[in-house]
Ligand binder design. Structure first.
Ligand SMILES: [Zn+2]
Length: 479
């Protein structure tokens, strides 16, 4: 059975919009079709589990939208130039820094860590986005937006650098709450004499030392980080789209600047309907840092023996707007939860009650209602999982027929379309189990326990597997 339900009438969801600070009913611009952009990795190093919290949230959000009957176009960018160590204009380009430290060129660094990222998301069973545009392949689109911003009076050129004039955009600060008044009062930023306002940010920069450079109307240089997301999202999703996600550390300055750029260039508001951000992740109660020894990439955890599906479970089972404290014990607990679900699924195979159970339909209805209601309420994954485990407990009390078991299994598979932790029922697992039963049957017959031997044949038959005895042994096939 296919996991995604029919697509005619998508169910309603409510989501928390960082922009309005409200829980809002989710209404895509085109009913049933959702366009979503997720800020992706800067490929100068392996992504950390903090980064993966945001990517798994985006994955579960996409899966939930599909579960509720929407078609989703998902774009995740790859930043391979222009992201400075400060997240703003200051510091060194993260790509150049990594290249210098690892004695490679930035293109090699980008290629290597981009492929590592793709490997990692596969390991975490994150569904592939429709496209992963790379910043370095979209410089022409960025230049076009910068030119438009200059034309519209939102940007200016000084010494081959182009800056966004934040005082030209009244909405600046609306997303993050960092209004110009507040920022100027704080005045932490050193005044760059090239800038008209201290908060102006670079759209295009000149630096003869930077290895990655492109020609532009303002001289050779490279793009700022923020302009990349404005350019790549509009190229693939249009001038206005439904959802933009990121970690809460992206809200300012990154997303604030993206809004100023995109709305400044097109004049269309709102650029994005719903802004959704994951909260931070701690490890053992503290911020991840190499010096504390609590800095984990996915690879570090796999090396320590963590099951990637358990890591996924930990990252998705806490509501995305709650801080998450990641510990190795929590991975163990998650592994146990997954084991309970896979054991439950395996037991469904043994169902053999002669008649359907009258209580089951109501239990399934309630279970689905609880799971759906939790997901629909701002993606409350922890409540959805609680509903699932309630269902497991209730079903475990029943004697199920084969048809009952198939109904439960179909619902479990539909839920797993959202969770992504159980995977398909593995054929190898089945084969091993059948072979073990054949062996047991053979031994039963040797000790003349024909009753048990016959039981095994019946049990397998009930599961659609028939045994054929021949001179040298027994083989099995599906009915
Ligand atoms: Zn971005």
């Amino acid at each position: 059975m296919s996991a995604a339900p029919a697509r005619e009438r998508p169910s309603k969801m409510r989501v928390y919009n960082t922009y309005t600070r409200l829980l809002e009913e989710f209404k895509p611009i085109t009913p049933g079709k959702v366009r979503m952009y997720n800020c992706g990795p800067t490929v100068y190093n392996y992504a950390t589990i903090g980064n993966f919290r945001a990517y798994i949230f985006a994955d579960v959000l996409r899966r939930s939208l599909e579960y509720f009957g929407n078609e989703v176009t998902q774009i995740v960018n790859i930043t391979d130039v222009g992201h400075m160590t400060s997240d703003a204009d200051e510091g060194e380009d993260k790509m150049s820094k990594a290249a210098r430290e690892q004695k490679k060129d930035p293109w090699q660094i980008a290629e290597f860590y981009m492929n590592a990222f793709f490997d990692d998301i596969k390991t975490l069973n994150i569904q592939p986005a429709q496209k992963y545009p790379r910043a370095t392949e979209h410089v022409a689109e960025m230049i076009a937006i910068v030119a438009k911003l200059i034309e519209n009076g939102h940007a200016y050129v000084t010494n081959g650098n182009v800056y966004y004039d934040v005082s030209s955009f009244p909405g600046y600060g609306r997303l993050s709450g960092n209004t110009l008044e507040q920022l100027n009062a704080g005045a932490r930023i050193e005044v760059n004499p090239e800038k008209r306002n201290p908060q102006d940010f670079a759209l295009w920069k000149q630096d003869p030392k930077h290895i990655m450079q492109w020609d532009s109307p303002w001289g050779r240089g490279f793009p700022g980080w923020h302009i990349e997301c404005s350019a790549m999202s509009s190229k693939y999703l249009g001038d206005q789209f439904d959802i933009h996600t990121g970690g809460e550390d992206n809200i300012f300055p990154h997303h604030e600047c993206e809004i100023a750029q995109s709305e400044g260039a097109t004049g269309k508001k709102p650029w994005v309907r719903y802004w959704m951000h994951t909260r931070f992740l701690l490890v053992n109660g503290q911020k991840m840092s190499k010096s504390l020894g609590n800095f984990f990439t996915l690879r570090d955890l796999v090396e320590k023996g963590c099951d990637p599906m358990a890591v996924r479970y930990v990252l998705m089972s806490t509501h995305y707007r709650q801080p998450l404290n990641f510990t190795l014990e929590s991975v163990e607990g998650a592994r146990e939860s997954i084991r309970r679900l896979t054991d439950f699924r395996r037991r469904l195979n043994d169902a053999s009650a002669p008649a359907d159970c009258a209580a089951l339909p109501e239990i399934l209805r309630k279970g689905k209602e609880g799971f759906d209601a939790a997901l629909a309420e701002d993606l409350n994954t922890s409540a959805a999982l609680a509903a699932l485990f309630d269902l497991v407990r209730e079903v475990n009390k029943l004697a199920l027929s084969r048809a009952d078991a198939a109904r439960v299994l179909a619902l479990l598979q539909a839920f797993d379309h959202v969770m992504g932790v159980l995977g398909e029922v593995k054929e190898e697992g089945l084969a091993a189990e059948v072979e073990a039963l054949i062996q047991e049957r053979l031994e039963s017959r040797k000790r003349r326990d024909f009753k048990r031997a016959d039981e095994i044949r019946q049990q397998l038959k009930a599961r659609g597997i028939v045994l054929e005895d021949f001179a040298g042994g027994t083989r099995w096939k599906r009915e």
